[in-house]
Each structure stands twice: as structure tokens, then as C-alpha cells.
Design a protein around this ligand. Sequence first.
Ligand code: FE
Length: 197
Amino acid sequence: MQDILTKITYGLYLITADEYKDNGCIANTVVQVSLNPLRVAVSLTKTNLTTDMIAHTGKFNISILAKTADFKLFKRFGLQSGRNADKFDGVSFERSENGLAYITEHSIAYVSCRVTDSIDLGSHTLFIAEPCEGKILSDAEPISYDYYYNNVRPKPQQTKKSGYVCKICGYVYEGDTLPPDFICPLCKHPASDFEKL
Ligand code: FE
């Protein structure tokens, strides 16, 4: 089933929130789900600090990422936790009317959202939200997950050793068998996101 589901096309987005500090994470699951009333949805891993902040504050910003976004940006916001890093340190950003930060580089537009419903899906929380305000920032092309996978993330090193590579961040596990409960030490994705080299 996972093989079939990976054929679904996604974009890539930075979701920002703010409780006691500015924070954010990368998501591929932003979609407009209703027209009247206007609603968007985003599904986020429950262990993310950003998810906690949105659950507590009921607001977030979506930055629609451009094709110019480099691996540095994905590493900064996607492959480390806001619990032990200041993800906004050194990043160009401004604040929207809701007071939350939005990045001003590698972003096509931002949308400020107010949560109207949230659904506990087990590993993830699905937030349904009203888009309240936003701005177009650039006419650059949006980045797709496919483009990120093929052109932005580091390519796995050529090696004669047997192993498995993380499809999300490129981390290589060396060995004949990947333990089923293995968690990627870089991006924290599970064994199901690895493929055999
Ligand atoms: Fe990984």
C-alpha cells in the first residue's frame, strides 16, 4: 500500500507557530478542503513542537515554498527539533497581522490561519483552519515533493556495502537488515521511509 500512496503528488510548505518562541516545521500535507466556508487543512506529526504550539494557540502561518529553496532550509526546519534549536536564528522573516513569523526568502506566499477543528489521527493531528490573511511574495515556481526528492535532498553516497537509505533526508543505514522499529537519527522518520540501496 505504501508503494501506491507514494504516487500521490504533494507540495512542500513551512508551517510556523509561536508560543514562547518562533518555531516551524516542514509539511507536505497542506490542501484547501472547502470553499464555503473557506477552509484549509494540514496534518502534522504529533511529536513536533510546532504541533503542540498550534494545539495551544489555535493559529499558524503557511509559507508556500519555492523551487529555489535549498537543502539548508529543509534541514533547518525539517531535520531538527525546535525543542533543542532556535530554528529562526539567522533567517530573514517578517510578522503577519496575527503576530506569527513568516519567511521572506524561498517563499511564494504566506497564509495566516485560525484553527477551527482538529482531529487526532494517531501519529498525526489534522488541523482544519480558516485562512484569515496573506500575501503573495514572489512569482517563483512552487516546489513539489518530487522535485525535492530528485533535486534538492543530498544523493545517497555510492557504496558497495549493503544498506538502506532514508528517502526523506538521505541518511544511510549500513547492514543487511533494517530493524523494523528503526528510526532515522537525522529526520526521525520510521523504517517504512527507507529503501534498499
Ligand atoms: Fe531521515
